[in-house]
Design a protein around this ligand. Structure first.
Ligand SMILES: [Zn+2]
Length: 384
C-alpha cells in the first residue's frame, strides 16, 4: 500500500479553494429541507459534470434531498477503489447566513453555516478530483465520491447507498472536519437513539388525584434509571436529551415522552445496552412504557486495516510538511461508522481544521486548506 517515494507535491491556491467552498456554503442546506439541499446538489452535480466526472443521482425520500454519487473520469467502473464520503447538509436553518452565521473572514478564521461541518471537506474532495483533471493525470485506483443529503439526522435514507458504495471499495476516506489542531479519526463509538412513551391515567389534580397515574412521575424515575446506566470507565453513556409530558397544570399527566441517546465503545456488547433501554419496566404497575429505536451507527475501533491506512496518511502528511495525529476514541459519530463497521479500512476527519461544529462560532482555519488538500491528493495518488 505504501508508495510515498515519488515527491511531486502539487501547490494549490488557498484563495481559489476558499472561493469554491464559499459557493457551496452560500447555498444553505438544513437536513430537513430537501428542496434546499437539492439546490446545492444541483450545483455540485454541475461542478462534477464540468470536470467530466460520471454522476448518478438517487432521488431523495421522506422529504430529504438526493444522494449524489460521482466517479472520477478515469479508472474501471467495476474495480474496487477509493470512496470519499461527504455530506452536503448542515444543522443550520435557512437564514443563518444572513443573521447568526454571516460569511466572514477574521485573520485565519473563516466563518459560515456548516463551513467546518462539513462543506469545506466536501468541497475539498471535489477540488482534489478537479486537480487531477486539470493536470491530465489519474490515480492508481478508481475514485468515487458520495455526497449524502441528511447525515446530520443519522443518514436514514442514504445509509444503504453508503454501505453499497463502501462494499465496492478498498478504502474509505471521510472528509468530516479535522479536530484539535488537524487530527484525524480512527475510531468512533456507536450511537443509539430511542423514543420512549409513557402512558399513565389522567385525573383531576385537585378533586381526584388518587385516581390518576402520573406519566411524568414515572418518567422522572425512568430518566434517573436510564442515566444510571452511564459508566464513564467503560465509555458507555446514556443521556435523556428531551423530555415532555402532561397536558395542563391541574391534571395528573397521562402521557410523557423522552428521547434517549446511547453511546457505546467498540469494546462492549452494544446489544446488552440496547436491550436495557428497550426493556423498560415501569415502577408504577399502572403505567405502561414503550421504547422504540436502536443502534443507528455501529461502533468501530482502530483495527489493523485502519491503522495501516492511518500510517499511510501519516507518511503522506509528512511529505506535505505536517505531523498527522489521530484522536482517542470519540463519542461523535459520522457516516464513517458504516464502512468501518463493515470492516473496510476507513479514515475519517480528513477535512478542514477549525472548530465550533453546529455552534454559533463555527469556523475553519484558512491555513489548513492547502495542506489538507495536498494530503488528500497525495493519498489518492499513492493508495493502491
Ligand atoms: Zn458532519
Amino acid at each position: 500500500m505504501t508508495d510515498t517515494t515519488r515527491s511531486n507535491l502539487p501547490t494549490f491556491d488557498g484563495e481559489e479553494i476558499l472561493a469554491g467552498i464559499r459557493r457551496w456554503v452560500e447555498i444553505e442546506t438544513p437536513s430537513h429541507d430537501g428542496a434546499a439541499v437539492n439546490r446545492l446538489v444541483d450545483m455540485v452535480e454541475r461542478d462534477l459534470a464540468r470536470i467530466g466526472a460520471h454522476t448518478n443521482r438517487i432521488p431523495g425520500r421522506d422529504g430529504y434531498g438526493d444522494v449524489l454519487e460521482a466517479r472520477a473520469p478515469w479508472g474501471k467502473e467495476d474495480e474496487p477503489g477509493i470512496l470519499i464520503l461527504g455530506h452536503l447538509d448542515t444543522v443550520h436553518p435557512v437564514g443563518s447566513l444572513a443573521t447568526t452565521h454571516v460569511f466572514r473572514r477574521d485573520g485565519d478564521a473563516v466563518f459560515g453555516p456548516g463551513i467546518y461541518d462539513m462543506k469545506a471537506g466536501s468541497y475539498m474532495a471535489y477540488y482534489a478530483l478537479q486537480h487531477f483533471v486539470r493536470q491530465g493525470r489519474t490515480t492508481p485506483l478508481p475514485v468515487r465520491v458520495l455526497y449524502v443529503p441528511e447525515e446530520e439526522v443519522g443518514s436514514p435514507t442514504s445509509r444503504a447507498a453508503i454501505e453499497a458504495a463502501a462494499r465496492k471499495s478498498k478504502y474509505v476516506l471521510v472528509m468530516e472536519p479535522a479536530r484539535d489542531g488537524g487530527k484525524c479519526v480512527t475510531a468512533r463509538k456507536g450511537w443509539g437513539r430511542f423514543d420512549m412513551t409513557i402512558t399513565g391515567r389522567a385525573s383531576h389534580a385537585g378533586s381526584r388525584p388518587q385516581d390518576g397515574r402520573s406519566a411524568v412521575r414515572e418518567l422522572a424515575h425512568q430518566i434517573l434509571d436510564l442515566e444510571a446506566i452511564t459508566n464513564f470507565d467503560v465509555g458507555v453513556t446514556v443521556v435523556v436529551g428531551t423530555a415532555q409530558g402532561g397536558s395542563a397544570p391541574n391534571v395528573v399527566p397521562a402521557e410523557a415522552h423522552a428521547t434517549i441517546d446511547l453511546r457505546v465503545p467498540p469494546t462492549v456488547d452494544a446489544d446488552t445496552y440496547v436491550r436495557r433501554i428497550l426493556d423498560r419496566k415501569p415502577r408504577d404497575a399502572d403505567c405502561s412504557i414503550t421504547v422504540t429505536g436502536g443502534i443507528n451507527r455501529p461502533a468501530y475501533g482502530k483495527n489493523a486495516g485502519i491503522a495501516a491506512l492511518f500510517e499511510h496518511a501519516k507518511a503522506c502528511a509528512a511529505e506535505v510538511g505536517f505531523v498527522l495525529e489521530d484522536t482517542p476514541l470519540t463519542g461523535g459519530v459520522s457516516d464513517g461508522n458504516f464502512p468501518a463497521a463493515l470492516g473496510i479500512p476507513t479514515l475519517d476527519g480528513l477535512g478542514a481544521d477549525g472548530r465550533g461544529a453546529h455552534a454559533l462560532d463555527e469556523q475553519i482555519t484558512f491555513s489548513s486548506l492547502v495542506p489538507h488538500v495536498q494530503l488528500l491528493v497525495r493519498m489518492l495518488e499513492t493508495l493502491r
